[in-house]
Design a protein around this ligand. Structure first.
Ligand code: IPM
Ligand code: MG
Length: 354
């Protein structure tokens, strides 16, 4: 297996180093994972003047999977848009055709009290947000800033979804629901947007191929509310790119810390890019206090989805549970009575548990 490792910016290099330790540990137990490093985001801009350098594109295309840290940093905030770190992320998603973004929100029993919601609302929570990742207003053309006839300037973007884009991600959603609780809630804004009206029509059509899955539809404003009112009503949430961006951040807080949430972005053939849901956190970069568990759990998702290696996936996840049971906590999930440790120590603890 060949994995491209793209640490990126901010805390990216620290957290990715911990996940690499875990992959090294798997190698010591007979796996053959080859890791090659590349630059993305601000690191790409610094190294090659481009947030998604040619060399990185080549490496990503010839690898079976990509493990990514995070991108972004204050020093890049004033660069022209094409040079901004986020563009590196959007371009690699598009280039690799990673249209299906799985963001599970799982509450570990040990962290029930770390959530800002009442324990009874979130205890046992296990939902899967499936966000479409290569379409929608994120990529729609035309976009820009133009001058109107009256001389006023106007910013504009274009939201659209083609039928094939909706169908392929809907299939991923229904298949995922079949393996879980057999419930799928499609989230849109069909009461206002034509794009959403169409989305709803196509999802409803795809549902006929999955009679065992209970399909519901929800407007995105209501979904945002229901996620904090009664999150356990959901199993799989299927939604478009921009709604999924927002709802997945919201869902992450149900679990206590965004530092715990992994993600997988898959193409048609389960080639994937794996990254934590959180950002580059430049304010704590280099301090060895970041939580590497989301990145380590992303490596577990890689074993599951790209390499169909459920055993290794579960071993990594069990190791993470075990360090939590031991009372080890990084600062973001710390509570009284637990032992506060740094990023590297957390990586070592997971390797020891593994
Ligand atoms: C995410 C991030 C990205 C997105 C940004 C950094 C471009 O917020 O992965 O959720 O909006 O998709
Ligand atoms: Mg986001």
């Amino acid at each position: 297996m060949k994995i491209a490792i793209l640490p990126g910016d901010g805390i990216g290099p620290e957290i990715v180093a911990q996940a690499a330790k875990v992959l090294d540990a798997l190698n010591r137990h007979g796996m053959k994972i080859e890791m090659e490093y590349g630059h993305i985001g601000g690191a790409g801009y610094d190294a090659a003047g481009d947030p998604f350098p040619q060399a990185t594109e080549k490496l990503a295309l010839e690898s079976d999977a990509v493990l990514l840290g995070a991108v972004g940093g204050y020093q890049y905030d004033n660069l022209p848009r094409p040079m901004r770190p986020e563009q590196g992320l959007l371009r690699i998603r598009k280039k690799l055709g990673l249209f299906a973004n799985l963001r599970p929100a799982l509450v570990y029993p040990e962290l029930v009290n770390a959530s800002t919601l009442k324990p009874e609302l979130v205890s046992g929570l296990d939902i899967m947000i499936l966000r479409e990742l290569t379409g929608d207003i994120y990529f729609g053309q035309p976009r820009g800033i133009r001058v109107l006839e009256n001389g006023e300037r106007q910013g504009f973007d274009t939201m659209h979804y083609s039928e094939s884009e909706i169908r392929r991600v809907a299939h991923v959603g229904f298949k995922s629901a079949m393996k879980r609780g057999k419930k799928l809630c499609s989230v849109d804004k069909a009461n206002v947007l034509d794009t959403s009206m169409f989305w709803r029509e196509i999802v409803t059509d795809v549902a006929r191929e999955y009679p065992e899955v209970e399909l519901s539809h929800m407007y995105v404003d209501n979904a945002a509310m229901q996620l904090v009112r009664a999150p356990k009503q959901f199993d799989v949430i299927l939604t478009g790119n921009i709604f999924g961006d927002i709802l997945s951040d919201e869902a992450s807080m149900l679990t206590g810390s965004i530092g715990m949430l992994p993600s997988a972005s898959l193409d048609e053939n389960n080639k994937g890019l794996y990254e934590p849901c959180h950002g580059s956190a430049p304010d704590i970069a280099g301090k060895d206090i970041a939580n590497p568990l989301a990145t380590i759990l992303s490596a577990a998702m890689m074993m599951r989805y790209t390499f169909s290696d459920e055993v290794s996936a579960q071993r990594i996840e069990a190791a993470v549970r075990s360090v939590l049971k031991q009372g080890l906590r990084t600062a973001d999930i710390f509570e009284a009575g637990m032992k506060k440790i740094g990023c590297a120590e957390m990586g070592d603890a997971v390797v020891a548990a593994l």
